[in-house]
Structures are given as structure tokens and as C-alpha cells.
Design a protein around this ligand. Structure first.
Ligand code: ADP
Length: 501
């Protein structure tokens, strides 16, 4: 059964909304944006064919308000809703309500979202299909005595994890039994406030692991393929910052085995649409299923760059009821792609999120450079939503060339007004461990905290690049002033926020 989708509401904001709407436009369909009061002037609102106000600022009264969003979808007479990532993208109630309103949800079925959203249930489902899971407790644990027994059996160090977890929340590392009680209770209360669900389970902590995930596509007729892996081991707070594909950690045999396991995980839950199966890979080469993300992933552009497949286009086609039009054998991969996430963060101060106005923004361009951005000069990085500014991804024929291209593009980036993750990304790309392909999820503790923090952090507010631009403009006006003096004056003006010349 297929049904053409003519008009799509994107229930999200920022870069991902723009990215989805671009494909909608290329496919000759209509896009509808929804926006909070804070976002009224954002580029994604102007880009949409139609835009509706959500009337409010906080996420819970805007991008998380299911009845409000469905009522706008009805008013705008859309055929489908794309949830993007974050917000309601993995909320099974939202998917169900969208369906009830007679609108197509661009994603898997509500019951699939629900079962894969519960880490303990997902572990059970996929292990039934022969997919290895991290050794751990099959069910959630509340009783301390029971937890102690389970942890002893698994062997320390262990992780206590929220069953409903996401974004690294409700996760605690426990090195020895004496820490177990406080970590268990701490994780429970964090999980309760973040997800309204305090169920906790215990998992073996894999030392020096790598995070490897497989992008999958599945149609509504049981056909499942994977689009190879992405390595996402460069993380802070258990969250990704730099990703690449192919991964240096996989041999062709391991890649094939893990790809098959990813397909089996998708089959285990009757998956349809685009999804990601996440694995953790130990130093011993053993891999284990971590979780499945039932949505479009932030880092999907590097898969698009290397396979040539527009994942959003496939999502729409699958949602319309089309069969996958290629088999696993027909999917090929070319070259190497890397993504750097550009967040407003103070990398020299515990990666603390930063906020402020982007006084100046100039994005890198050129062959093989892609910027997924939702902002422009003058945009505000506010306290209301996450602090991502953009995603910078590059493609080149080899890993070595891709690394050089990424460094070139990071150098060209000018962002004035907020601190960004650019200095951290440069540090990663220049480090011997990254270049040698020998890195793990402990990169930040091992390298950044030890050496990175020592580098000059003056460049972190984009001042140097801005000074070059401003100075060349000023030069035309007056050649009398000594250039050092002039540059110092501009720097101090920028810092004080009174740049008028
Ligand atoms: P979330 O859903 O909160 O993002 P995940 O289960 O996806 O949590 O894990 C996020 C990150 O935490 C992983 O990429 C990895 O760095 C780390 N992690 C999770 N489980 C383990 C484990 N068993 N051993 C070691 N590190 C882990």
C-alpha cells in the first residue's frame, strides 16, 4: 500500500529542520515549520513553505507539546510528520497520536519505538536474535542486596544505567562495591527527573572501548540493509563530538559480522524506516549491542557522503510505502568522511555550554565540505535548547586527505560571540592517536585533559579570525595607525562588545 506524501510538518527546529526541508524541496513536496517565540527569526522558519507559531518558549510548551503540534498539523493539512532527532523523535506516544490523527509518522511504528526505547527490553529482544549484548542484568534492579550480587557476578568495574536512558543521563561508573549504593540511588533519581522512570540496570563496564554504530534502512515489507558503520568514540560526557567513517577499528570480516548483527537487531523488533544500531567494541575485538536509536541520527551526513544515499529521501520513500530499491550488495562506499560537531561550549572549562549572540559567522566552503547549520550572523544561542551551532562534515578520497580537509575547514570557520568546540576538534584531528586511528571513548581524559588544556585558549572566541577581517576593512580607511595598535584596539572592542568602526 503506498500513499504519496505531499506536505510534511517537521516537528523540530534548527539545523535538522533545515536539512530535512531541503530534501522535501528537492522532492517537490511542501514543508511546514513550527516555531517557538525564541525561534521566530531563525532561518528554518523562513525556509519553510508554511510556518506556524507554537506560542511559548520552553521546550515542554512548544516542541514537546504533542496536542499543540497535532492540532497545527491538522490545520495545515499535512500528510506526514518528520520528527527529526531529539524532542519527540523517540516518543512512542507521539508516533501513536500522529497515526490516530490519520497522519503518517516518518519513522518506525509506535510499538517498535517503545520497545527499543527501553534498554532492558531491547537487550532481550536482540539477544533472542543472536546479537551479543553487554553482560549485565536482564531486568531492572531496585534492591541493593540484589544489585551487589549481580555486580559481583558481572565483575567490577560496572555501569549502572537507566532503562529509559538517553543522552548519557542516569549513567554511573562504579569501580567497587562501596560506591554501589550511592551510585544506584543517584542514577535512579537522575533517571526519574530526566525520563520520569527510575528503573536502573547493571552492565559490565568495557574498558577503553570504541563506539561503533551501523546505519540501517528497513522498508515496511521486512527488507533490511545497512549503510556501513560510523565510529563515534570521540566523546565528552558520553556524548559524541567527532565522528568518522569508515572506522579504523574494523577489519573487513568484523565489519561484515557487525553489519549482519545490526540487521538482525532491526529484524528482531520488526523495524521499519531509518535507524541506528549502536555497539561497543572492546580492546579484545569483541563487540556488544548497546542500544538502537529509532530515528535519524545527528551524524548521518558522513554516511550520506560515503554512500551517496540521501537518508531523509529514503525515510520519506519508505514512509510512503515504497520498497527499498536496492539490495545490500548494491550499496557501495567510497572515500572517507569526518564530522565535527560545532557546539557553543567552553572546552577549556569542562565543556560547559555557552550562550550568546553570534556577532559574526562565516562558514567554511569548498570541494567536499558540507555545513549543516541552523543559524546565521545575529542568531542567538539561547538557554532554552541544546547549544549546537552546526555540523561540519568533509569528504575526501582517503582518510589522510579528509583529516587535512577538516583542519582546513575548521581554520576557515569564523564564529564570534560564543565559545565553541572548534579548538577541541582541531586538537583531536591533530593528535597522534586520532591520526593513527588508535583512540577510544577515553580520549578526553587521556589526551585533552592532559595536554589539550595547556594550549592557548585565546582563539576560542573566534577573535583572531574576526580581527583579520575587521583589520583589512579598517586598513582602507586609515593607514596612519600602527597595525599592532590597531589590532589590539579591535580585539578589545570585540571583547567589550562595542565593535563599531
Ligand atoms: P545513552 O543512550 O545515554 O547515550 P548509551 O548506552 O548509548 O547511552 O551509551 C553512551 C556512551 O556511554 C557510549 O558511547 C560509551 O561511550 C559509554 N558506554 C555505554 N555503555 C558502556 C559500557 N558498557 N562500557 C563502557 N562504556 C559504555
Amino acid at each position: 500500500m503506498s500513499r504519496q506524501i505531499k506536505k510534511i510538518l517537521v516537528a523540530n527546529r534548527g539545523e535538522i529542520t533545515l536539512r530535512i526541508m531541503r530534501t522535501i524541496r528537492e522532492m517537490g513536496r511542501q514543508s511546514v515549520a513550527i516555531y517557538s517565540d525564541v525561534d521566530i527569526a531563525m532561518p528554518f522558519v523562513r525556509y519553510a513553505d508554511e510556518a506556524y507559531s507554537l506560542e511559548g518558549k520552553e521546550a515542554r510548551e512548544t516542541y514537546l507539546d504533542i496536542p499543540k503540534i497535532i492540532s497545527i498539523a491538522r490545520k495545515a493539512k499535512v500528510d506526514a510528520i518528520h520528527p527529526g532527532y531529539g524532542f519527540l523523535s523517540e516518543n512512542s506516544e507521539f508516533a501513536r497520536e500522529v497515526g490516530k490523527a490519520g497522519i503518517i509518522f516518518i519513522g518506525p511504528r509506535a510499538d517498535v519505538i517503545k520497545s527499543m526505547g527501553d534498554k532492558t527490553e531491547a537487550r532481550k529482544l536482540v539477544s533472542g536474535y543472536g546479537v551479543p549484548v553487554v553482560p549485565g542484568t536482564p531486568n531492572s534492579i531496585d534492591d541493593l542486596r540484589e544489585a551487589k550480587e549481580a555486580a559481583r557476578k558481572i565483575g567490577y568495574p560496572i555501569l549502572v544505567k537507566a532503562a529509559a536512558g538517553g543522552g548519557g543521563k542516569g549513567m554511573r561508573l562504579v569501580k567497587e562495591e562501596s560506591e554501589l549504593e550511592s551510585s544506584l540511588r543517584g542514577a535512579q533519581s537522575e533517571a526519574l527527573s530526566a525520563f520520569g522512570d527510575n528503573r536502573i540496570f547493571i552492565e559490565k563496564y568495557i574498558v577503553n572501548p570504541r563506539h561503533i554504530e551501523f546505519q540501517i534502512l528497513a522498508d515496511n515489507y521486512g527488507n533490511v540493509v545497512h549503510l556501513f558503520e560510523r565510529e563515534c568514540s570521540i566523546q565528552r560526557r558520553h556524548q559524541k563530538v567527532v565522528e568518522e567513517t569508515p572506522s579504523m577499528a574494523l577489519t573487513p570480516e568484523l565489519r561484515e559480522e557487525m553489519g549482519d548483527a545490526a540487521i538482525n537487531a532491526a529484524k528482531a523488533c520488526g523495524y521499519s524506516n531509518a535507524g541506528t544500531v549502536e555497539f561497543i567494541l572492546g580492546e579484545d575485538g569483541k563487540y556488544y549491542f548497546l542500544e538502537m536509536n529509532t530515528r535519524l541520527q545527528v551524524e548521518h551526513p558522513i554516511t550520506e557522503a560515503t554512500t551517496g544515499i540521501d537518508i531523509v529521501r529514503k525515510q520519506i520513500k519508505i514512509a510512503e510505502g515504497n520498497k527499498l530499491d536496492f539490495s545490500q550488495k548494491e550499496i557501495t562506499r567510497r572515500g572517507h568522511s569526518i564530522e565535527s560537531r560545532i557546539y557553543a561550549e567552553d572546552v577549556f572549562n569542562g565543556f560547559l555550554p555557552d550562550t550568546g549572540t553570534l556577532k559574526m559567522l562565516r562558514e567554511p566552503v569548498g570541494n567536499g565540505v558540507r555545513v549543516d547549520s541552523g543559524v546565521e550572523s545575529g542568531s542567538e544561542i539561547s538557554v532554552y535548547y541544546d547549544s549546537m551551532i552546526a555540523k561540519l562534515s568533509v569528504w575526501d578520497t582517503s582518510r589522510e586527505h579528509a583529516i587535512k580537509k577538516m583542519l582546513r575547514a575548521l581554520d576557515e570557520y569564523v564564529i564570534v560571540g560564543v565559545k565553541t568546540t572548534i579548538p577541541f576538534c582541531k586538537f583531536v584531528l591533530e593528535s597522534d592517536d586520532f591520526r593513527g586511528g588508535k583512540y577510544s571513548t577515553h580520549f578526553v581524559e587521556k589526551h585533552w585533559n592532559a595536554e589539550g588544556l595547556k594550549i592557548n585558549n585565546f582563539a576560542n572566541d573566534g577573535l583572531d579570525a574576526a580581527v583579520i577581517v575587521a583589520a583589512s576593512r579598517l586598513k582602507k580607511k586609515s593607514n596612519k595607525q600602527n597595525s599592532t595598535e590597531r589590532s589590539e584596539k579591535i580585539k578589545s572592542n570585540w571583547r567589550d562588545g562595542r565593535f563599531e568602526s
